[in-house]
Ligand binder design. Structure first.
Ligand code: HEM
Length: 408
């Protein structure tokens, strides 16, 4: 018998501050639960194996796309949705497969590996700036001075977005991302996201036009030139939509990996000291940070036909909420799941999803997390919180808005 639960708690202040006890409660009811009537979601999937099975079966469990939305979102009606629905995030096979293949071709391991020296150089520049700002014991905001600009600069370099435009981009990216939060598509948020979508689309249209005229060794050029096997390029709306979502997905997430990671280390002085003493442990620490406090707590899927997950029958025609952050704390998969333990041997998490929509930027995010945190610790022997870090409330893009530090 499958248990029935209410997800109302996920909208309360208490659970938003600390969702993990709620996730632990869900685990006590099994890996999949039916959601009490009246909710948008028919089922919640939170067990590790069950969540992985759902994400891997993209024929049965589909992402929201324009056919599921009922009507094709129009540029005039809802610009933000029109952008999302032309991107890899919100398309299913065969359209998704076609776009993803072209993206994989442009987002090659060669291009990611080649970024390592640039990541180190950009990190070193930001650390110089931090050192100057923190001189004499002044407080600095780690989020705006390091955790945001590092991934924005790396993505900017990869895609070819000029440095001068990156600060302009940040509030617009945040406005677009806000409607993806659980319950975040309020009228005000949608209006702000529509305006941001319009401005960002115009920005990338301009950049793409420049690269057609004057090709360079960057990803915008690679995508502008990428051709399908039948010789067709990505359509202009697909090209622009994907540039937008990659840029967005690529830095807000990594910003929080850096912010959450540093906070967790500062709250655990023994772990901080151990990592400081041996920076070659950075990959292990980053994996455990991603398991323990992942910035993306959930994914959503539509059930295309009657099916079964972990022995629970799920009827076609409903939405399921896949709680990735809960799966990362599943006691059936991880020994003492609520303990931060970089030495754990079971390290495969669902932080980057699984299956067809597996994160395009996982390798890049890991590299930035490892280099960013290691170089920060190398540079500053004394890092302290200058104010309590505040408690995140988001489930999507969970992290700190500000993180005030003193550095020496
Ligand atoms: C800590 C950092 C990151 C986390 C936690 C993260 C998490 C995720 C997750 C969970 C998904 C799957 C969503 C789903 O199945 O519904 C995803 C997809 C995606 N991510 Fe990431 N991501 C991170 C960094 C990045 C970076 C750096 C980039 C780009 C450079 C990126 C680009 C994408 C794209 C384009 C997709 C959609 C892929 C598709 O639908 O085919 N992400 N990410």
């Amino acid at each position: 018998m499958v248990a029935e639960v209410s997800l109302a708690a996920l909208h309360t202040e208490e659970v938003r501050r600390d969702p993990y006890p709620f996730y632990a409660e869900l685990h006590r009811h099994g890996p999949v639960c039916r959601v009490a009537p009246g909710d948008r979601y028919g089922y919640v999937v939170h067990g590790y194996e069950a969540s992985a099975a759902v994400l891997r079966d993209s024929a049965t469990f589909r992402v929201m796309d324009s056919t599921l939305l009922g009507a094709k979102p129009t540029w005039e009606g809802n610009r933000a949705h029109a952008v999302f629905m032309n991107s890899v995030f919100f398309t299913n096979a065969p359209r998704h497969t076609r776009m993803r293949k072209m993206f994989n071709q442009a987002f090659t391991p060669r291009r990611i590996n080649a970024l390592e020296p640039a990541i180190d150089r950009m990190t070193a520049d930001l650390l110089d700036r931090l050192a100057a700002q923190a001189a004499g014991g002044a407080k600095v905001d780690f989020m705006s001075e390091f955790a945001f600009p590092l991934p924005a600069n790396v993505l900017g370099e990869l895609l070819g977005v000029p440095e001068a435009d990156r600060a302009w981009y940040r509030p617009r990216a945040l406005a677009l991302g806000a409607i993806l939060e659980l319950g975040g598509a309020t009228a005000d948020n949608v209006a702000a996201a529509d305006t941001a979508a319009e401005e960002i689309t115009a920005f990338f249209a301009d950049l793409a036009a420049q690269r057609r005229q004057d090709p360079r060794d960057d990803m915008i050029t690679a995508l502008v030139q990428a051709l399908e096997s039948d010789g067709t390029p990505l359509s202009e709306e697909e090209l622009l939509a994907n540039l937008i979502v990659v840029f967005n997905a690529g830095f807000v997430t990594t910003t929080h990996l850096l912010g959450n990671g540093l906070t967790m280390l500062l709250e655990r002085p023994d772990e901080l000291a151990r990592l400081r003493a041996d920076l070659s442990l950075a990959p292990r620490y980053v994996e455990e940070i991603l398991r323990y406090e992942v910035p993306t707590h959930f994914s959503v899927r539509w059930v295309a036909q009657d099916t079964e997950v972990a022995g629970v029958p799920i009827p076609g025609g409903c939405w399921v909420l896949v709680l990735l952050a809960a799966a990362n704390r599943d006691p059936a998969q991880f020994d003492r799941p609520d303990v931060f333990d970089p030495d754990r041997t079971e390290t495969a998490t669902l932080s980057f999803g699984a299956g067809a929509h597996y994160c395009l930027g996982a390798a890049l995010a890991r590299l930035e997390g490892q280099r960013g945190l290691a170089m920060l610790l190398e540079r500053f022997g004394d890092i302290r919180l200058a104010a309590p870090p505040g408690t995140p409330r988001q489930l999507m893009l969970r992290g700190h808005e500000q993180l005030w530090l003193t550095l020496a």
